[in-house]
Write a protein that binds this ligand. Sequence first.
Ligand code: 3PG
Length: 414
Amino acid sequence: MPLTYMGGKIATLDDASLSGRKVLVRVDLNSPIGPAGIIDDSRIIEAAGSIRELADSGASVVIMSHQGRPLENDFVSLEEHSRLLEKYSGVRVDFVMDVIGPEALRRIREVKPGDALLLDNTRLVSEDYIEAPGKKHAEGVMVSRLAPLVDYYVNDAFSASHRSHASIVGFPYRIPGLGGRILEREVRALNKAVSEDERPKVVVLGGAKLKDAVKIVDFLTAKGVVDEILTTGLVGLLFLYAKGYKMSRKVEDLVRSKAGEEALRKARRIVEEGRRVRTPLDFVVERDGSLYVSPAEDIEVGIPKDVGPSTVEYYRSKLKGARVAVLRGPAGVIEDPRFRRGTVELAKAALELSHYVIFGGGHFRVILGELPIELRERVGHISTGGGALLYFLSGRSLPGLEALVDSARIFNLV
Ligand code: 3PG
């Protein structure tokens, strides 16, 4: 069945013969990084399957990915990623500490069929952190240097396809662009979820990426594409703050520093306009090593680390009968098992009470391990995409997918 996106067609690995060809594959290896290196390698495991399929098809594989954002702690080289990719794929994966310089170009020319080469963090090149149209990026330095060395471009970075960056949108205008297997699985599952017949739709939105979360809430509420937005985690705290709830100076500082002034202003505007954003009723708060449950209007001491039982009950009632429920971002600090309960209970509620459940983000793999097996079997789809998933569900076009649709047309691929 052809892969469709917003009325257009995307060519997949089934539409091209890659044996003996040089293929540039953009994956998303972006992983959480701690002081000792990669903390969660689930994206690498997922990408390894794609690399293996490409290598097995007889292609010479050139891999690229971003990791983190410039000047942040997780903005590191991909050397460790290459070792893990090699381990999980069983394919020889060499690494070059270069992206578009002479050493990278030389090594790309040398890749043999069945082998792979991973280039370094694409965001070391400024073009890969600049939002611009695909046709513009197609004339940029990154695409101009790499495209002539390869025959095909494969986008298997669904989770970065909401970015209009060079490595995502530029290549498909210069060389034939295909959707990889991860991207294909995502688009097929999410096409089902966005169908207008599937109402009500409920989104449970948590985690700590506040700038992105506010944008997402903005789109979703402005367009009315979902029926309920239930905020948890730091996102819940941000919207409570925007609603004028009092919090301790420490919590206020945390919210303000994570959100930044622009996101905070936007959150306040969303609230002032009376758009419906549900906020937690209570939190599990840690204070001097002890835990207690505090109502949301009274978190003047301690640090909230999870949503409380009343919030879970309230949100259960909203998840009941949903045709599609999407859970993105943890409700608490799930790295610490004492603060996993909210996320686990909301996942259970969705699986018990909603028709089709999509989990977004790697952390849900941790949570799934804590669910009874019969509930695990009810998971509809686990998306690799955080922001990309919500762009898709909100009906906002993903530049990376649009570029593939254009490529299929330009190069007559499907
Ligand atoms: C993600 O983790 O959501 C993707 O890798 C995109 O990363 P970004 O938000 O830094 O663009």
